[in-house]
Design a binder for this molecule. Sequence first.
Ligand SMILES: Nc1ncnc2c1ncn2[C@@H]1O[C@H](COP(=O)(O)OP(=O)(O)OP(=O)(O)O)[C@@H](O)[C@H]1O
Ligand SMILES: O=c1ccn([C@@H]2O[C@H](COP(=O)(O)O)[C@@H](O)[C@H]2O)c(=O)[nH]1
Length: 683
Amino acid sequence: MWRRVASLSPLVSRSKPSKLSQEACTFKIWESFSSESQVPTPSKVAPFITFVLGGPGSGKGTQCAKIVEEFGFTHISAGDLLRREIASNSAYGSVILSTIREGKIVPSQVTVQLIRKEMESSDNDKFLIDGFPRSEENREAFEQIIGREPNVVLFFDCPEREMVKRVLNRNQGRVDDNIDTIKKRLEIFDELNWPVINHYSMTGKLHKIDAVGTVDDIFEKVRPIFAALSFHTAKLSVCTSSKSKKNKKQKQLHQNQNTNSLSFPKSTPTPLIIYHKPSAQTKLQALDAVVKDLEASVDKGVNVDTQTFASLLEICYQLEAMEYGHRVHKLIPRSLLRRNVGLSSKLLRLYAASGRMEEAHKVFDEMPKRDASAFAWNALISGYAELGLYEDAMALYFQMEEEGVEPDRFTFPRVLKACGGIGFIQIGEAVHRHVALDIFRQMFDEGYQPDSVSISTILAAVQSLQLVVQIHGWVIRMGVEWNLSIANALIAAYSKHHELNRARWLFSHMPERDVVTWNTIISAHSKSREALLYFDQMEKDGALPDSITFVSILSACANLGLVKDGQRLYSVMKNRYRISPIMEHYACMVNLYGRSGRIKEAYGIVTDGMEFEAGPTVWGALLYACYLHGNVDIGVVAAEKLFDLEPDNEYNFELLMMIYGNVGRLEDVERVRLMMMERGLDS
Ligand SMILES: Nc1ncnc2c1ncn2[C@@H]1O[C@H](COP(=O)(O)OP(=O)(O)OP(=O)(O)O)[C@@H](O)[C@H]1O
Ligand SMILES: O=c1ccn([C@@H]2O[C@H](COP(=O)(O)O)[C@@H](O)[C@H]2O)c(=O)[nH]1
């Protein structure tokens, strides 16, 4: 991770070293950037750089503060540096101010030089660069000027609604924390930041963190990333503050590091086996002789050591000699099995591998400290998956999580196999929160050949673009790229990762398409007018749209504020295709009118236009529209409905508080806050 700086870019070598750099006798990070640093000194190493990415209000700054506290990084917020420039009335101040007001991006040269100066003037050698790079151009400028790439990239993934809410609540007097600028910032984020995120995802440096939840919950997901680094690099001594407690997962991580290398002894030959010269006989004959000897010895009251039992169980496993394993089991004193986790794990694995799950589970239930390692769990999961008992395998995986056992690299291939077997995307998603890339490769290496259903399921679940690309490569090699469900899943996966060019390429080259293909490509373009073009093309091709097609196209109209198109398509759906509207269509129509500020028409749909009672999605769309356009009266009606329909959804209460807050009705804000407290919700 830590590299000596070998050479510096010309841009950097032109820059003057600061006075501090010449005076300092200890290692200073800025030396890496100064011209003098070309004279190598043994102590000069490059800084450890973490880029922190995420949309506006995703909580980057908040999490950075916690990382600083626990891991001793220096926090450099690009936005703060720019705001400092504005405040200092520098030459660039007014340009920066107008750029920020517009939610646009300040020229890379300006931002990178500010970051560089900040790094140079720090004594620290670990940096969090927050809110940068915001575009590919930013990224390239950083690499060129600083001559470095980040070691780690964090990406706080937060839903748009949550980000809007957080920013509007921030109350720090920022010129860009208003609804108009936020919309522009979100657009810029979608357009320019995603390619950067994808780039780091492809290089394997990206850690995507689900940024929903409390600040502490989110930090629990961040902590292991830095805690784990301390195992890999001696130089990056992670300075955990004395205040901070090591959490369970961290302890587990330590434990696993130890158990992985220590607790399962390799099958060293025992004296018994050597004595019988196995090379002169078949392996099974040798095993037979050894087991017989062992039985005779135990019969005579000879004490057999643990290592001998362990080695024999290992050999039985390697030779798939279950019956001998069972005989060895009968010789092992129960008390020994109960206290030796390594031995019981080997026995359990042997039973599980032979499909004798009842016996395997019995050993498992009696095992000591089964939370110490994933080994026994993996064996059981594998056993169930092999027998096609996928739900049992998944149940064990979830139990493993519940009991705080850290999965390891052997866990996931087994669990993914079970996911593929069940065909549940949601389960796949849960599992994929943990997957790293080499695991998928390992699955194939181990001979696991998923079918098209499993591949589509896995593609729907994967969280990393790199993994999607790898799976794509694999399906091409297997010649199944154009299998309809796989191709559809690839289009959806690329779209999810904002790789629309790849999605479009696949779409245009497909030998056949079905309604799922059309729905996927339309929904991939839900933020651009191309959605409508695809819909036209679909009709021209004679494909028959279904209910989902109209959910996608109406959402696109709502997102784009295309009220007339939305109205036209809604009527096409009912009249031309005879599709009766479902709840989602009504929610889209409320969204369509609501987002465009036509709140009364949106409300009219709920009161007069529906053939059944409106549900939370419809009322939620109305409430959000009221919040965006400051309609208190209808907002109150929508909120009250939602309080009945979703009594635990604090977001509805918060939206109503903001609606009141925006018009200065502070007593009402307080009243809603009290309601939340009475219902045990966080306010
Ligand atoms: N997990 C959270 N839950 C609720 N509110 C949060 C959470 N994390 C941060 N916040 C609040 O949301 C607001 C935005 O957070 P923060 O300033 O950390 O975001 P950011 O990603 O740095 O934003 P920006 O890019 O706009 O500077 C702050 O008021 C912060 O207190
Ligand atoms: O690298 C950067 C960082 C920020 N900006 C501009 O500043 C505002 C606010 O940034 P925050 O990270 O939200 O504090 C941002 O919208 C950009 O306009 C930038 O141009 N380049």
